[in-house]
Design a protein around this ligand. Sequence first.
Ligand code: MF3
Ligand code: CO
Ligand code: CO
Length: 265
Amino acid sequence: MTQKCRIYSSEDFVHLRKVGELTAHILDYITSYVTDGVTTLELDRLCHEEILRHNAIPAPLGYNGYPKATCISVNHVVCHGIPSDKKLADGDILNIDITVILNGWYGDSSRMYVVGKPSKRAMELIDTTYESLMLGIGLVRPGIRLGDIGHAIQRFVEARKFSVVRDYCGHGIGRVFHDDPTVLHFGKSNSGPMLELGNVFTIEPMVNVGGYKTKVLKDGWTAVTSDRSLSAQFEHTIGVTEEGCEIFTLSKLGMHKPPYDIKRQ
Ligand code: MF3
Ligand code: CO
Ligand code: CO
């Protein structure tokens, strides 16, 4: 079962850089609004408006019937949290996942945010998840196999006594939202497709304090940890280059992981 991985040209990379920059900007922009008492619906509305102001489209809205512009996953929600009128409270941790379409090109990225002062364990979870993503990204270059990346992420996370979600994965992206290859955040080294110059995909590990199992709530979207333990995720869209890779969705303001130094624009 080999997966055909599309090859994008250096001209394509110009578009991917542009949409990646916008995706990162939305995540930067929303940072100062994440506070005690705000609803995730309000955060969704702010992101949606900022996306439209840049003549872009929020990819999740209407995607397989998804009802909102963003996914906001709070505490034990692993991913695909639907923005709601529930207020954030001190100690909450949350992931905001933004996918935008700009001139037909997709950018997909997510970060963790915190409200007030979460527990030490929650902050360790966030740090470990971020470090696992960056460790995976650091391995990307032509000739490496995707299994090498998943294996390294899993080994790192489990050494910290956390677990890696198996039910959701990264994906090829570019002219479409979800493409081949499937990017697992666990598994065997020396397995899976071999990366080539011009491949474009996401890495987006979801890491839990407890077990790796997840379940989907009755709304058909919200994925939660089966044991209701906390979960964290970070995501970047990257492209394979000769030297390694280019991260299209890096924050220009250095807002990589919480706690953020808030600069309102
Ligand atoms: N942005 C998510 C990802 O990283 C996908 C969200 S699909 C939605 O792949 F429909 F839930 F929005
Ligand atoms: Co993604
Ligand atoms: Co995403």
